[in-house]
Design a protein. Sequence first.
Length: 418
Amino acid sequence: MSDSATKRLIFVTSRLPWPTNSGRKVSLYHYCRGLHERYGYEITLFVFPEHDQPRNEQDKPDFISRVAFAAPFSRAEQAGNLLIKSLFGGRPLQAALFESRKSKRLLDRLVAEIKPDVMIFDMIRLAPYMKRYQGKTRLVLDLDDLLSVRYRRQLQASAEGSIAGRYEGALHPLTRRMLGAKFSRFILKTEARRVKRAEIKFSKKADGVILVSEGEVAHLNALLGESKAITVPTGVDIAAFSAARGMAKIPNTVGFVGNLSVPANVASLTHITEHVLPLLADVSLEVVGPTPEEIREKYKGNPQISLLGEVDNLPEALGRWQVFLAPITFGTGLKTKILEAMAAGLPVVTNAVGAEGIGAGTGSEILLAESAEAQAAAVKECLESPEKATEIGNAAAAFAAAHFAWEKCFAAFEALDL
């Protein structure tokens, strides 16, 4: 522990947690808020920012004391990480792409200056930085979800897309081609095996591990042979999303939310547009989330589909829809988009993967359907029976408030002995 009365925490993250326009950013933002407000930590971020994020503290919330940045990656460093550390070195690509000697030195200086009581490392990609501080401070690995399981599900779904996902824009064009669709299945198979080994290896080195889903906690603890992982679920800003309830609806309109740079969201949207929407001839679909130009081109001219991109007020967008349609083709952990739609009082039509870990009552608080035909039928039922849709939406909102308000989620950190 530090000598002063103030408890200090360094959170090593793979993105700035604001603005909160993705599920992971929402979790990181509120985790930091809870650790400061409820547990009294002075929080410093050491950030590997996304390629389109600024390297400054603009819009930093008050509950974060300071932000320091990792060194930018050079093209030579990217190529070396990909070829030497991943392809020939056997490390997971997720971790290899974030390796940096300069960043290690910068983090060492920050640790020496702050002398943190706790360090938290964001996801498996930053786990290798953790081993430098074993025995020096308390180490927590925030895996979020089991990426190895997500990759296996992606393979089973035969979904394409670069494994780099949201970070593809930061890569050199040659590196992007090497990670592209042509090699995606081979890379995914290899990465799933390597990530699983890394999840076990680094979880054993950590003093505590965070996952958002109880099922994945049980799975990882069984692999570890000890109860080291705990559940800290992602939550919902109940006050913000409950404001969507009672808003005027656009007739025959359903909605979906997702960053369309992420393969899982693209796969879900493809399923909706190619298999569900053709069964709903008079229904319009609105989609909120960052949208690459190739996705816009794909759906240009389709009168049923409106790609809204990022919006300033997500609850307001949700409040316009009659149904939230979100069958998840593959994925792991809790789906923030589904929890937020429930908190907004929308009837949610999803599948077992989408509802995984939530625990809502099927048919009363959430509507589950596995086939496109069943999903279209559930949407039709909500549109044709507004009273039933309202009843399910109200029950969903009550469930979200009871189980996923952030203040309830923060209590779970106590299991880490913070």
